[in-house]
Design a protein around this ligand. Structure first.
Ligand SMILES: Cc1ncc(COP(=O)(O)O)c(C=O)c1O
Length: 369
């Protein structure tokens, strides 16, 4: 059977399997724990509005039929929301699904995708899956990048630069001026800028430049957003992109045709109409984030504020803290899995989940002291 190894694509040796946050049931099985909280995937823990639950129920009536491959109703609503045409909107199976198809539609073998790191690990997977060379630009001083260094890392083989704004895992934004200079510089070099705005709805900062502004200004740019975070629909796998028509047309030729389920389309459409719910979740998350940070600071922990729904904890024994928290039934994310050594990333949960995390943290801190 040794020849089977030769069947596997050579380029895949550069990819490691994605290290996902542990599912609750897995930890319960492994450690025999009853109460487990999962604060590792930056999901929105607040209950969904009734209108979204109703839309899900209605969508189930026709699960024997294929969904609309155009996601037309949702596409039209998003086009209206952002003031673009329906031909400039992509609906896909989450940001992840969109990036895979986007890179497949744009990358020729040997092309490069440049990415400032630390970054969301799936960028690397999606780029290499499309046969790109993935070029990493390490941050200076932990969490920021010189725009010049990103530009200098581009060559004549660079097709795209991908960043998240706000950034996962650092939780910080790339400020307006820097974003503008990056976007204009890349455009002048005919390199596609892809901005992943998975956490944009959590940002309250006048210095944040939403990608749609860049799209209106430059046009030759791709912005991705998701229904997995503040909209609370991670399990349904729906994301979208605003992109130039030329890119959308190429994307439409090869993405999995029925990748967005009818349930996902209906739920996302209803969620998009729930502006008040989104504002409320943003405010409640920010209030809880501040409370968690205050309590951590009181414990003598070095915790960093972010513009997102997670906090970062800096600790020299972060991996040990991670393991000990698991034994307390608290699943957080190891920074070392995300290229952020010496950190823990903790999703802001419901107040009672945050309380469980904080009391467990207090306990494990004394154990590692
Ligand atoms: C920066 C970033 N982009 C995208 C995603 C995933 O989005 P989706 O569920 O839409 O694939 C995540 C999830 O953690 C993320 O952190």
């Amino acid at each position: 059977m040794a020849w089977l190894k030769n069947i596997i694509r050579n380029g895949l040796s550069g990819i490691e399997k994605y290290k996902y946050g542990k599912p609750v049931s897995e930890l319960q099985r492994e450690l025999g724990l009853e109460r487990v909280v999962r604060m590792c995937s930056n999901e929105n823990p607040w209950p969904l509005p009734e209108s979204v639950m109703n839309a899900i129920t209605v969508s189930l009536e026709k699960v024997n039929c294929y969904p609309d491959p155009q996601s037309y109703r949702l596409r039209r609503l998003l086009a209206e929301k952002w003031g673009v045409s329906t031909g400039e909107v992509i609906i896909g199976a989450g940001t992840e699904g969109i990036l895979h198809s986007l890179f497949h539609a744009t990358i020729d073998p040997g092309d490069e995708v440049v990415c400032p790191i630390p970054a969301y690990p799936l960028y690397r997977v999606a780029a290499i899956a499309a046969a790109a060379k993935f070029v990493e630009v390490p941050a200076e001083e932990g969490t920021t990048w010189e725009i010049g260094r990103i530009i200098d890392s581009c060559t004549e083989m660079t097709k795209a630069v991908i960043i998240s704004n706000p950034c996962n895992p650092t939780g910080q934004i790339m400020e307006r001026d820097r974003m503008l200079s990056l976007a204009h510089e890349l455009d002048s070099r005919q390199i596609l800028l892809v901005v992943d705005e998975a956490y944009a709805e959590y940002v309250e900062d006048p210095n944040y430049l939403a990608g749609i502004e860049l799209f209106r200004d430059i046009g030759r740019i791709v912005i991705t957003r998701t229904f997995s975070k503040i909209y609370g629909l991670a399990a349904l796998r729906v994301g979208y992109a605003i992109a130039p028509k030329t890119i959308v047309e190429a994307y439409d030729k090869l993405h999995p045709v029925f990748e967005v389920s009818r349930v996902g389309q209906y739920a996302a459409h209803a969620a998009l109409l729930e502006g008040a719910f989104i504002r409320e979740v943003r405010l409640k998350t920010i209030a809880e984030r501040s409370r968690v940070l205050r309590r951590l600071t009181d414990m003598g922990v070095s915790a960093e504020n972010t513009r997102t729904n997670f906090v970062l904890i800096k600790h020299k024994k972060s991996d040990e803290l991670f393991e000990r928290l698991l034994h307390e039934g608290v699943i957080v994310r190891k920074g070392s899995d995300l290229g952020l050594e010496g950190y823990l990333r903790v999703t802001v949960g419901l107040p009672e989940q945050n309380d469980m995390f904080l009391s467990s943290m207090k306990k494990v801190l004394t154990q590692v002291a």
